[in-house]
Design a binder for this molecule. Sequence first.
Ligand SMILES: Nc1ncnc2c1ncn2[C@@H]1O[C@H](COP(=O)(O)OP(=O)(O)OP(=O)(O)O)[C@@H](O)[C@H]1O
Length: 290
Amino acid sequence: MTVTTEVRTAARVVDAVKVYGGGDTAVRALDGVSVAFPAGCFTAIMGPSGSGKSTLMHCAAGLDTLSAGAAYIGDTELGSLDDRRLTLLRRDRVGFVFQAFNLVPTLTVRENITLPLDLAGRKGDQEWVEALIDVVGLRDRLHHRPSELSGGQQQRVAVARAFAGQPDVVFADEPTGNLDSRSGEEVLGLLGRTVRHTARTVVMVTHDPVAAAHADEVVFLADGRLVDRMTAPTAERVLDRMKAFDAGTSQAKAFDAGTSQAKAFDAGTSQASPAKAFGGGTSPAPEVPS
Ligand SMILES: Nc1ncnc2c1ncn2[C@@H]1O[C@H](COP(=O)(O)OP(=O)(O)OP(=O)(O)O)[C@@H](O)[C@H]1O
């Protein structure tokens, strides 16, 4: 007897193309990417600077739109949704962790964790929220404000907030970029444990092979294309794979004046993302419940 196990897909893009700008200055940031992020897995997206990692994440998460192709959360095609439905989908079915934590400074740790539920007017699953608080190890800090926490603790709050509404998928954009290596390891361990213990899904963009090694699988982008995948990654193997990119692009890099431009765009998009991620409005900080 043959037993086939169907792997559910939490998010995917099909033939994804993203072009920024037009005419001579058009940049093809995604050039026909098809990739599925399996449910219950921790996937890292890696690739050289400017390869399209953030663009892929933003389009897969519904923070930006594709020029061609399709993006799905579960079976929902994002291009078929109007702005209101897309905002609701992001709020109810997607969690986000950003490099800059993006906690609301005037709210306590507990209020920050339950913010997505409060904004949605949902009570959520109390047992799940209490378990999350224990998993992130912040029970004795629940009444503190973010400014009273270390960077690592703040990011642990952001991780708990991302999972609070039991989303289909949590997207993490360089979640350890602002942390020292020890706090970074803690946050990555936490993401990995949450995926394994709760069968939730995480998709993480990172530059760091050590961070990528926490994932179940790494997908590699180069020049807006999916070029490789690696299961059961180790930091050494990921580093070796990245070195192969470096060898291939070192000549081109000598003439590359585009990197700082990419960073500037990055700064722009990561500023814009949190507002959309937590309600879709234009104000960067959500309203504070009294
Ligand atoms: N808003 C934008 N307008 C124009 N070009 C953009 C914009 N955002 C990104 N790009 C370009 O698209 C390409 C892919 O950028 P993206 O930020 O997705 O790459 P990345 O792999 O995340 O880079 P990094 O590792 O440096 O953050 C780059 O060439 C970048 O310059």
